[in-house]
Design a protein around this ligand. Structure first.
Ligand code: ZN
Length: 500
């Protein structure tokens, strides 16, 4: 009979193997988007599919089940019990899903991705609809198998944010919508009344943009001995601990895009670099969930890097880096470009922070209706356009700028969108708590110093791993319940004040 003394190390060793396989998958996935020759796509698909098979085998290994049972029998307490409980949850989910279903979902996601890309280019929703139907059917089957029968959308949300469900998210979003819609209308009216267009920033040298992105992210605290910055079509962050990879993209006529996507991804990267790597592979060594993850990227991107204090520091360096390109652009004009608000935008990924959350409210509402069976896939474009008119004040002219704009559904990633808005809410609350705990924080920024804020986030959020869900983490870190109030206040303070 195995004792608790050997059962727990055995469990840790098995979790470590799953973690290492995950890092291999991550590096290959990163490489696919950053380096892969186009002709190697099929080979990469084969490599990733074999790795998925091996990972599933490790995650469902009877020896893992035995190690878990032995740990549970030993009555372990404290953090060890937390690790065991999280591993039990993952194990039970993995063994309840037949390997055929896992393979079917992977195959469908690959086919659906290509179908989506073609359908989006052709603005042809009916060409994508059958794939969406199949993904929804799979999600329902998964929910049945995992004990979420009758509430498949809860599973979809919980998968990205443990502890959250549609009712709790719905209540938060109702609060957000009630405050946000009138605030956005006021800000839109002011912007339209003034009719000002932000200054055009053109001809920014790519190499200089790369140096600035690297310099700024390093200054925020991103450790380049344990990370990289590369280029991909869509910016992302991959990896954890000692190997965290950020990507951005460069456009000579849109230098703020590369800067802010680099800062955003560095916010994710700082979280991953700050997780306690001795606990890698366990609940103590992973992020609390997608919403908290997004709170880190948004806090650095928005609250910090769009502030006047941040630009007090960066502006001279920024001007020096792009000799000539900023001639004639005043400090005020530059700051206005950084904080541009564009009413009527239909594309989520291009949205400013005032409008962004409206795009998320729209997607949450439609996903909820789809999963409840209140909305048929065939009627989705109409529902999207109606809601777009209601929330964003404009209806898309075609599916490419409407229902087909996002990649998520092609991968069956339902329940993912809410984490973006929840992340914004958590970021605003953390920002308030950090400012209260660290007087004079903006003076730090004005000198290009970010160590006090990073140190606070490291202790308050990063070092905690997955000890708490988003609600408990927010409550402990900020002393208040997760809600929309701090975000609405922040948006009003930064964008709404001048309303007369
Ligand atoms: Zn993000």
């Amino acid at each position: 009979m195995t004792t608790s003394y050997s059962a727990y190390p055995e469990l840790l060793a098995r979790l470590r193997r799953i973690h290492v396989l995950g890092t291999l998958t991550g590096v290959l996935g990163w490489d696919e988007q950053v380096n892969l020759p186009p002709g190697a796509a099929a080979r990469r698909g084969e490599q990733l599919s074999l790795l998925a098979e091996l990972t599933h085998a490790e995650a469902t290994a009877p020896a893992l089940g035995a190690a878990l049972a032995n740990c549970e029998a030993a009555g372990l307490a404290g953090e060890v019990a937390l690790v065991v409980a999280a591993a039990r949850r993952d194990y039970d989910r993995a063994v309840k899903l037949p390997v055929e279903l896992v393979a079917e979902k992977a195959r469908l996601s690959s086919e659906a991705y290509h179908a989506w890309a073609a359908a989006r280019a052709a603005r042809d929703f009916p060409a994508f609809a059958p794939f969406l139907e199949k993904h929804l059917a799979l999600a329902r089957r998964e929910a049945e198998l995992l004990g979420y029968g009758g509430r498949p959308y809860d599973l979809a949300i919980d998968r990205h944010d443990p502890g959250l469900d549609a009712v709790r998210v719905g209540a938060l979003f109702a609060e957000l919508r009630a405050g946000l819609v009138p605030l956005v209308r006021r800000i839109d009216a002011r912007v339209q009344l003034r009719g000002e267009r932000p200054v055009a920033l053109r001809g920014f040298d790519i190499e200089a943009q790369r140096r600035v992105a690297r310099m700024v992210t390093a200054r925020l605290g991103f450790d380049y001995d344990r990370g990289r910055l590369d280029v991909s079509l869509h910016p992302f962050c991959e990896g954890t601990g000692d190997d965290v990879r950020l990507t951005t993209r460069f456009d000579p006529d849109n230098p703020l895009d590369s800067l802010y996507s680099s800062i955003h991804e560095a916010g994710h990267g700082l979280y991953e670099q700050g997780l306690p790597s001795v606990h890698a592979g366990t609940a103590l060594g992973v992020a609390a969930g997608l919403a908290v993850h997004e709170s880190q990227s948004r806090l650095w991107e928005n609250q910090v890097a769009r502030s006047r204090a941040f630009w007090t520091w960066l502006e001279p360096e920024y001007r020096a880096a792009f000799s000539g390109s900023l001639a004639g652009v005043t400090a005020d004009a530059l700051h206005a470009a950084v904080n541009e608000v564009a009413p009527g935008g239909l594309i989520r990924v291009d949205a400013d922070e005032v409008h962004y959350n409206l795009h998320i409210l729209l997607r949450f509402e439609l996903e909820k209706r789809l999963f409840a069976g209140d909305l048929a896939v065939a009627d989705l474009p109409q529902a999207w356009d109606d809601l777009s008119g209601e929330l964003l004040g404009r209806r898309p002219a075609h599916a490419g700028e409407g229902v087909l704009q996002d990649v998520h559904w092609s991968g069956g990633a339902f329940g993912y969108f809410p984490s973006y808005a929840l992340g914004n809410m958590i970021a605003a609350q953390l920002w308030g708590a950090a400012r209260a705990a660290l007087p004079g924080l903006e003076h730090d920024f004005a000198r290009g110093e970010f160590g006090r804020l990073l140190g606070w986030l490291r202790g308050t959020v990063h070092a905690q791993g997955r000890r708490e869900d988003a609600f408990a983490l927010t409550r402990r870190a900020t002393g208040a319940e997760l809600g929309a109030g701090a975000l609405l206040e922040y948006l009003n303070e930064r964008y709404g004040r001048e309303v007369g």
